[in-house]
Design a protein around this ligand. Structure first.
Ligand code: EPU
Length: 423
C-alpha cells in the first residue's frame, strides 16, 4: 500500500492558516546544536520527514533528542561518533551539514554525500573549497566526504556562486576554527540569517549574515541556547499561491512579509490582491490571472523553490509566461505532469519554459517528482476540474508539515488515501 493525495478541485480556500517553522533553517540549526557544551531547546521546528531523519542521525551519533509539539531538545554532550551511516545520511540533502559540526567536535568527520531531491546536478565543490581554505583536508572516498582537521585558521572564502549549502557549511566550519573567516558572495536567504542568529545565541561571533559578506571569529566554546526558528518562506509562498489558485481569501499567519516580497510582487503583477502587516499576509483573488515572466535567483530574487508552484498557477493565466530557471537544471520535469492535466507548456531550452494559459485544467493521476513539484501538483489539483491523485507523497511530506490538514481546514477537498497501485 502506498499513499496518495486526492484533491477534488475547484473548492475556494477561505480563512486563516498558520505557517510552520522553516525547513531549510531547521536542517542547518539542528546539526549546529551539536557544537554546544550544554543542551539546546529549539522551538517552531517543523514536524516533517527531513527533521525526523535528522533526529535519527543525531541519536545514532550519540546525542539525546526529544521532539514534541514542534519543540526540540538536544543534549549533545554524549555524541561520540563522527561517521553517520549511509542508510540515514543518504535520505536527505542537508545531512552533509553534519560534516563541519563533527569536524569541530572530533577534528574528523566521515559523512556520506548528500541525497535529497533529484533536481539536477548538485555539486559540493564550493563546500570543499570553503573547508580547505580554513585548513581542512577534504577527500571524497567511495561516496563519503572525509574531512580531517589539519592546520585550522580563519581565512577568506570566495564562493563562485551564493550557494546556500556552501555558505552553511563554511559558517559551521568557521565557528570552530580560530581566527577571522570572511565568506564572500555568501547566500542571503532567510535561513542563512536564522542560522547566524542561532550561532550568535550560542555565543558565536557572526556578523553580516543577510549581506554578501559574513564574518565569523571562530574558536569559542559555544553553549546551549533557547531559540525559535524563523517561519518557512517557501511554505508561506506555497500557501499564498494555493490561495490565489483557488480564487480564495486566505490570511497566512505567523509569516514574515518581508521575506515574501519577490513573490508578492509577482502575484500583484498577475492581478492577485496581496496585503500584509507585521506577521500576516492576506491573499485574495478572483481566479483571473495575467501572465508574467519569472526568473529564479538567490534571495532576495525569486526563489527557485517557488518556481514550480508558481508555474502551476501560470498554466491558467491569460497569455504566455516565460519562466527562466537559473539555479537547478532539472526543475522543469514536473511540467510533464502538468501537461497531463491539460496545461500548455513547452521547455524551449533547459533553463527556459514557455507556459501559455489554458481555460481549465482537468484532474488526473500525476506524480510529485520532487518536493516542490509536489507543491505544484497540489496547486494544479486545487484549480483542476474533477479529481487529481498525486503520487510521490513521501517527497511532499519531507518538507511540508501536514499540508493536507492545513489546506483542508481552509476549505480544500484534500485527503491522504492508501492505494495499492501508487506509482
Ligand atoms: N552549486 C555548485 N557548487 C556547489 C554548491 C552549489 O555549483 O558547491 C550550484 C548548484 O548546482 C546550484 C546552485 O549552486 O546550481 C545553488 O545551489 P545551493 O547550494 O544554493 O543549493 P542547496 O544548498 O543544494 C538549498 C536548499 C534548496 C534550495 C536551494 C536554493 C537546503 C537544504 N536546500 O539547496 O531547497 O532550492 O538552496 O535556494 O537548504 C527545497 O527546499 O526543495 C530545496 C531543494
Amino acid at each position: 500500500m502506498k499513499e496518495k493525495l486526492r484533491i477534488q478541485g475547484c473548492a475556494r480556500l477561505e480563512g486563516e492558516v498558520a505557517v510552520s517553522g522553516g525547513k531549510n533553517a531547521a536542517v542547518a540549526i539542528i546539526p549546529a546544536a551539536l557544537l554546544a557544551d550544554s543542551p539546546c531547546t529549539i522551538e517552531n521546528v517543523p514536524d516533517i520527514n527531513d527533521v525526523h531523519v535528522l533526529i535519527e542521525m543525531l541519536q545514532w551519533l550519540g546525542a539525546k533528542v526529544e521532539f514534541k509539539d514542534n519543540v526540540m531538545w538536544i543534549d549533545p554532550r554524549t555524541v561520540d561518533k563522527y561517521n553517520p551511516p549511509y542508510e540515514l545520511a543518504g535520505k536527505m540533502r542537508a545531512s552533509y551539514y553534519l560534516a563541519p559540526v563533527l569536524l569541530g567536535l572530533f577534528h574528523r568527520a566521515e559523512v556520506p554525500l548528500p541525497g535529497g531531491c533529484d533536481i539536477g546536478a548538485r555539486p559540493i565543490d564550493q563546500t570543499v573549497k570553503g573547508m580547505e581554505n580554513l585548513g581542512v583536508k577534504v577527500e571524497t572516498l567511495g561516496g563519503v566526504l572525509v574531512a580531517v582537521a589539519d592546520r585550522l585558521l580563519g581565512n577568506d572564502i570566495f564562493l563562485d556562486m551564493p550557494s546556500v549549502g556552501a555558505t552553511v557549511n563554511s559558517m559551521l566550519t568557521a565557528v570552530s576554527v580560530p581566527g577571522m573567516t570572511c565568506i564572500h558572495n555568501a547566500a542571503k536567504e532567510p535561513h542563512i540569517v536564522d542560522l547566524a542568529n542561532f550561532l550568535s545565541s550560542m555565543g558565536a561571533y557572526v556578523k553580516g549574515a543577510g549581506t554578501d559578506v559574513i564574518r565569523i571569529r571562530g574558536g569559542r566554546q559555544l553553549h546551549g541556547a533557547n531559540y525559535t526558528i524563523v517561519p518557512d518562506q517557501i511554505e508561506t509562498g506555497t500557501l499564498m499561491i494555493a490561495a490565489a489558485a483557488s480564487g480564495g481569501d486566505v490570511t497566512i499567519t505567523g509569516a514574515i512579509p518581508a521575506h515574501m516580497e519577490s513573490l508578492s510582487a509577482k502575484l500583484l503583477e498577475m492581478g492577485v490582491h496581496v496585503s500584509s502587516e507585521d506577521d500576516w499576509i492576506r491573499v485574495r483573488s478572483n481566479r483571473v490571472f495575467r501572465s508574467v515572466n519569472v526568473k529564479t535567483q538567490g534571495y532576495p530574487g525569486f526563489p527557485t523553490d517557488l518556481q514550480q508552484p508558481l508555474s502551476a498557477l501560470l498554466t491558467v493565466a491569460n497569455g504566455t509566461s516565460l519562466v527562466t530557471e537559473t539555479i537547478f537544471e532539472s526543475r522543469f520535469r514536473f511540467l510533464d505532469e502538468l501537461r497531463k492535466m491539460g496545461a500548455n507548456v513547452r521547455v524551449i531550452e533547459s533553463s527556459l519554459a514557455m507556459i501559455t494559459g489554458v481555460d481549465r485544467l482537468v484532474g488526473t493521476r500525476v506524480n510529485a517528482t520532487d518536493l516542490r513539484a509536489g507543491a505544484a501538483m497540489i496547486v494544479a489539483g486545487l484549480m483542476a476540474e474533477g479529481v487529481t491523485e498525486i503520487g510521490g507523497v513521501g517527497y511532499i511530506l519531507r518538507g511540508y508539515e501536514r499540508i493536507d490538514e492545513k489546506l483542508a481546514r481552509i476549505g480544500a477537498h484534500i485527503e491522504r488515501i492508501q492505494v495499492e497501485d501508487a506509482f
